[in-house]
Design a protein around this ligand. Structure first.
Ligand code: DON
Length: 308
């Protein structure tokens, strides 16, 4: 078994190993602006609890958080509402694609969990604030506070999703029908803004570190979330973070993680580190192929799986 003393060499190897697999994926194109990403990009960054930082490959290429933002939106809502943030959500894996509508009909408009699109739109609608901008500012504010630098909305990606997001609006309208939210258009607008927050892999690994430490950022000692809420977020990432590929990911990697159609994945190793990967070429289930390959490599080399 390797150790974190080898961290840089390990990340370099992980990137080399994953570059081949990137060829087997395709960039997301249902949000037109995301289709412009270079499918060959592969990057990784790690932040350890004791302050080590390492990065490799195309780790400085910025990306939008897309579905990874769902984790931070939930954290922002938990900051004010605690576990009530999950009211009306059964918190079960859906077994469906991230944007599926099928269970909303079966379950009277209640999303299965806060990490699928319907659940995340509901979370965004519940964030403090009147306007969508104010609601999304809860998410950017949480991230900016940890990073000590402004996290900005990528305006092109935001406008591109806003111009084409009919499917998400359908989910929001469906939930409106069942009285779960008031204003489907505003809920989607807040959600599109949070999805378009932009950063690079080292920043993503940095902002995820509080989840590895029971909700308190280990570098600043700033309490982002109470321990029970941080535990709930990790449990949801473990069971719902990679949609209908979450079982395969549990077997091959065995870590709480959240993926995004931009090609980002945030993985958390409780008590040890947080890992961010980037590779916009996606597999059939909408998860980064290079990201999954790098995380499998890292988990194997360092023995990171939660399951021993
Ligand atoms: O709502 C959407 O479709 C995108 N803004 C985010 C989806 C996403 O990242 C799913 N991840 N694999």
């Amino acid at each position: 078994m390797r150790t974190v003393d080898d961290l840089q060499a390990l990340l370099d190897e992980a990137c080399r190993w994953a570059r081949e697999s990137a060829r087997t994926g395709k960039v997301a194109d249902y949000i037109p602006e995301l289709a412009k990403a270079d499918p060959a990009l592969v990057g990784i960054a790690v932040h350890t609890m004791d302050g080590r930082v390492a990065a490799s490959g195309d780790s400085e290429t910025p990306f939008t958080l897309q579905s990874v933002s769902k984790v931070f939106a939930l954290a922002a809502l938990m900051k004010v509402a605690g576990m009530k943030a999950l009211a009306g959500m059964p918190c079960e894996p859906s077994g469906d694609a991230f944007h599926s509508i099928v269970r909303l009909e079966e379950e009277r408009g209640h999303p299965r969990n806060p990490l699928i699109n319907a659940g995340a739109i509901l979370v965004s609608s519940r964030l403090p604030g009147i306007s969508p901008e104010e609601k999304a500012a809860n998410v950017s504010g949480l991230l900016s506070d940890i990073l000590g630098a402004d996290v900005q909305v990528d305006d092109r990606v935001y406008r591109s999703e806003s111009a084409t997001g009919y499917r998400n609006r359908a989910l929001a309208n469906y939930m409106r029908h069942f009285g779960l939210l008031d204003d489907p258009r505003a809920a989607c607008d807040a959600y599109f803004r949070q999805c378009a927050l932009r950063m690079d892999a080292p920043a993503l690994a940095r902002v995820g570190l509080f989840l590895a430490n029971g909700g308190t950022d280990p570098l600043s000692q700033h309490a982002v979330l109470p321990p029970a809420c941080a535990r709930a977020v990790l449990a949801l990432m473990t069971t719902c973070g990679l949609y209908d590929q979450v079982g395969e990911f549990a077997l091959s990697v065995g870590l709480p993680a959240k993926s995004a159609v931009s090609g980002a994945i945030l993985a958390v190793v409780p008590g040890r580190m947080s890992i961010a990967t980037y590779g916009p070429a996606l597999g059939l289930k909408g998860n980064s192929v290079a990201g999954m390959a790098m995380l499998e490599f890292m988990a194997g080399e360092l023995g990171l799986s939660l399951f021993g």
